[in-house]
Write a protein that binds this ligand. Structure first.
Ligand code: PLP
Length: 411
């Protein structure tokens, strides 16, 4: 056993790795962060696709401190509630991309996906369709790491070695509506829900083909299946509207959210529950939804969300996404030369470049740190960009120029 490795076991990292190259982030403001040696970086991925209002916002810190002094926490199981949890649910229901919405609160994205899958299945069950248990997801996609979320995730590498996954989950290519029509007779009449990200994020940054979501909606209606739109990355302004579903003009039955709801300041996630699922849940007044997380409805976390939503609204930050698309998207597009960078993709506030064979995304990311930019490798050959909505033109230009230089460094 190695005793020289610090105890913190990092997510998505080699447990036995030498930590000498780790970057120790100690502070942040706006779209930049600072490491322990005082070096500044443009936070080109908004930490982990979430820091929409930027770092160091005193308004959120103040709201959290005030809530902490009043009521730091009390649970919301069965008959208990608190004003902050009610206020954030009210606010989110008002913003929802479908009418008559209720809101279930969790502590993050995976819990939200887990909840949405359970909601879809129990609603089908309670509506008299216990045979509808199948969940259809896409490949590639990223929905999280708990077992239902992991099973839905369309990235084979993430699933290997973890033993049996959830039964009754079937995957189709992310851009292929026809594949949905050819799922096979064993799935006929058994589909509880389809889950889809508006733009596939951590699975590789893939916008859908034209008309894709209208096609999904039509099939869900035909099958009596619920449409779960996973807005963990796209929600809260990433695509220039509150929700990716609005950007693509689709009405979901369930919406999963996390990340941008607090810009990551405190861990919050949840599910928006639309009318169809809601009716099934409310039909029998005596029926209990036996599901919930200790920290769902945490008032301090809710206070952070409310302050974050205020900032998004007051500063009209959602309107920044198209401008990011124009400047960062075009800048990254200018790197495409067919030799080192073979493509770029994305829309609005979320982008990726595809590196040529032989160029490692990890190596380019490492070199890019030396140019003061933190982007994220996705897979072995792509780098992702999803900056805070407060990112400046100059900072976006640094992302592009830094990437150009980093590629030259590793060539
Ligand atoms: N769903 C989507 C679309 C995500 O991007 C993520 C995380 O990146 C998740 C779910 C899982 O969220 P969490 O890491 O908060 O569990």
């Amino acid at each position: 056993m190695r005793t020289d490795v610090p105890p913190l076991l990092h997510a998505y990292a080699r447990p036995a790795a030498d930590r000498s190259s780790y970057v120790d982030i100690v502070a942040g403001d706006g779209a930049e962060v600072v490491d322990a040696a005082g070096r500044r970086y443009v936070d080109a991925l908004g930490s982990l696709w979430y820091c929409n209002v930027g770092h160091g916002r005193a308004e959120i810190a103040d709201a959290v401190a005030e809530q902490m002094r009043t009521l730091e926490v009390f649970h919301t199981f069965d008959r208990f509630t608190n004003p902050a949890a009610d206020a954030v649910a009210e606010r989110l229901a008002g913003l929802a991309p479908m009418p008559d919405t209720r809101v279930f609160l969790t502590s993050g994205g995976s819990e939200s996906v887990e909840t949405a899958v359970k909601l879809a299945r129990i609603a089908q069950h309670w509506a008299g369709h216990p045979e509808r248990t199948v969940v259809v997801s896409r490949r590639p996609s990223y929905h999280g790491v708990t077992y239902a979320a992991l099973t839905a995730t369309g990235l084979a590498a993430n699933q290997q070695g973890f033993g049996p996954l959830l039964p009754d989950v079937v995957q189709v290519p992310y851009d292929d509506l026809d594949a949905l029509d050819h799922l096979g007779p064993e799935y006929e009449g058994r589909i509880a829900a389809v889950i889809a990200e508006p733009v596939v994020g951590a699975g590789g940054v893939y916008p859908p083909p034209e008309g894709y979501f209208a096609g999904l909606r039509e099939r869900c209606d035909r099958w009596g299946a619920f449409l779960i739109v996973d807005e963990v990355i796209c929600g809260f302004g990433r695509l220039g509207q509150w929700w990716g579903a609005q950007h693509f003009g689709v009405r979901p039955d369930l919406v999963t959210f996390a990340k941008g709801v607090t810009s990551g300041y405190l861990p919050l996630g949840g599910v928006l529950v639309g009318a169809a699922v809601r009716e099934a849940l409310e039909a029998d007044e005596a029926a209990v939804f036996r599901h919930g997380y200790t920290y769902g409805g945490h008032p301090t976390v809710a206070a952070a969300a409310l302050a974050n939503l205020d900032l998004l609204e007051k500063e009209d930050l959602i309107a920044r996404a198209p401008a990011i698309g124009e400047r960062l998207g075009a800048g990254l597009g200018s790197l495409v030369d067919g030799t080192d960078v073979v493509g770029h993709r994305g829309t609005q506030g979320i982008w990726a470049i595809e590196l040529a064979e032989g160029l490692s995304a990890n190596a380019v990311r490492d070199a890019l740190l030396g140019h003061g930019v933190i982007a994220r490798p996705i897979g072995t050959s792509a780098l992702a960009y999803c900056p805070p909505l407060v990112v400046t033109d100059e900072q976006m230009d640094r992302c592009v120029e830094g990437t150009r230089r980093a590629i030259a460094d590793v060539r």
